[in-house]
Design a protein around this ligand. Structure first.
Ligand code: HEC
Length: 283
C-alpha cells in the first residue's frame, strides 16, 4: 500500500475516534426549567429537566464519589419509605459501583436489622409476637421499611412508594426523571388546577398530584466527603446511585463495546492489507 493511502487510513480512523470522544464528553449543565404551565396539557408530566450525568455517552462511567454520596442520601432519606429489594449489601463493594471497602460494606450491613431465622427452639418471634431480628451481613439484601404493602400504604396516605431497585430504568426519562421529580416541588399550580388534599403539586409526575412529600431540601444530609449538600447535589447524587442500582454493569458493557469496536477497526485494516498483498501481482 502506498504511504499516502496508509496515512489516509490512519488519519480517517483517528478522526472517527476523536469525533466519538468529543460526542461523549459534551456536557450540559442542569437548568431549572420554569415552564409556563398554562401552555401545556393539564396533568401531562413535563419532559425531564435537562440534566447531565457522568455515566451518559459512549465513554461515560459512574462517578464513585457521586455513588457513595447517593447511597448516603438513599440510606438517610429515601429508605424511610422506599424499599430496594434486589440490592444486596455486598453489591456496594463492587468495582465500577460505589466501591466501598470490605470493612465499610460490613459496617453498612451491620447498621441494618433483618429478620433472624428460627432460633434453637424453632421460634421466629419473641414473647410479644415480634419477629426475632439480627444484624445484617454483606450477603443480605436491603430490608424493606414496611413489613408489607398495606403497612406501606397506610403510612403514605394510601399511596405505595415504589421499590427503588429498578426505578431508574422503569421511569420514562430514567434518572433525569428521578432528579426532576425530587427537585420539582417549587412550581405554583396554574390557575384552576386543583391540588388534591394530602397530595403535593409536582408537574414532573403524571397527573401533577404526588403523594410523596418533598423528600429533599438543602442540607437534608451532611455529606461525609465534605461536599456541599444542596438540593441539586443531593438529587443528582441519588439519581446516580439509583441508576447504578438498576444498571450495575453499565461501565463494563460500554468497555466491552469499545474493545469490540477497536478490534473491528484493527481487523478491517489487516484485511485490507492482506487483500492488497494477495492481489499485488494481479494488476
Ligand atoms: C415519606 C415517604 C417517602 C420518602 C422519604 C421518599 N418517598 Fe418517594 N415516594 C413516596 C410515595 C408514597 C410515592 C408514590 C407517589 C404517588 O403514587 O403519588 C413516591 C414516589 C416517588 C417517585 C415517583 C415514582 C413514579 O412511579 O413515578 C420518585 C422518583 C421518588 N419517590 C423518589 C424518591 C427519592 C429519590 C427519595 C429520597 C430522596 C424519596 N422518594 C423519598 C414516598 C416517599
Amino acid at each position: 500500500m502506498r504511504i499516502a493511502q496508509r496515512l489516509g487510513l490512519a488519519v480517517g480512523a483517528g478522526l472517527v475516534i476523536a469525533a466519538l470522544w468529543a460526542g461523549a464528553s459534551v456536557t450540559a449543565t442542569a437548568q431549572d426549567a420554569q415552564p409556563d404551565l398554562t401552555k401545556v396539557p393539564v396533568g401531562e408530566a413535563l419532559p425531564p429537566k435537562d440534566v447531565s450525568f457522568s455515566f451518559q455517552g459512549m465513554f461515560g462511567t459512574y462517578n464513585k464519589a457521586a455513588l457513595q454520596r447517593g447511597f448516603q442520601v438513599y440510606k438517610e432519606v429515601c429508605s424511610a419509605c422506599h424499599s430496594m429489594n434486589l440490592v444486596a449489601f455486598h453489591d456496594l463493594g463492587n468495582p465500577g459501583g460505589p466501591d466501598f471497602t470490605a470493612a465499610q460494606v460490613k459496617a453498612i450491613a451491620a447498621s441494618y436489622q433483618v429478620p433472624a431465622g428460627p432460633n434453637s427452639k424453632g421460634q421466629t418471634t419473641d414473647a410479644n409476637g415480634q419477629p426475632l431480628m439480627r444484624s445484617a451481613i454483606p450477603a443480605d439484601h436491603f430490608p424493606p421499611p414496611f413489613p408489607n404493602e398495606e403497612a406501606a400504604r397506610t403510612a403514605n396516605n394510601g399511596a405505595l412508594p415504589p421499590d427503588m431497585s429498578l426505578l431508574a430504568k422503569a421511569l420514562d426519562g430514567g434518572p433525569a426523571r428521578i432528579y426532576s421529580i425530587v427537585t420539582g416541588f417549587h412550581l405554583k399550580p396554574p390557575p384552576g388546577f386543583k391540588v388534591v388534599e394530602g397530595k403535593y403539586f409536582n408537574p414532573w409526575f403524571p397527573g401533577w398530584n404526588i403523594s410523596m412529600p418533598p423528600p429533599l431540601t438543602d442540607g437534608s444530609v451532611t455529606y461525609t466527603d465534605g461536599t456541599k449538600a444542596t438540593l441539586d447535589q443531593e438529587a443528582h447524587d441519588v439519581a446516580t446511585f439509583l441508576m447504578w442500582c438498576a444498571e450495575p454493569k453499565l461501565d463494563q458493557r460500554k468497555r466491552v463495546g469499545f474493545e469490540v469496536m477497536i478490534f473491528l477497526v484493527v481487523l478491517s485494516g489487516l484485511l485490507y492489507l492482506s487483500y492488497r498483498r494477495i492481489w499485488k501481482d494481479m494488476h
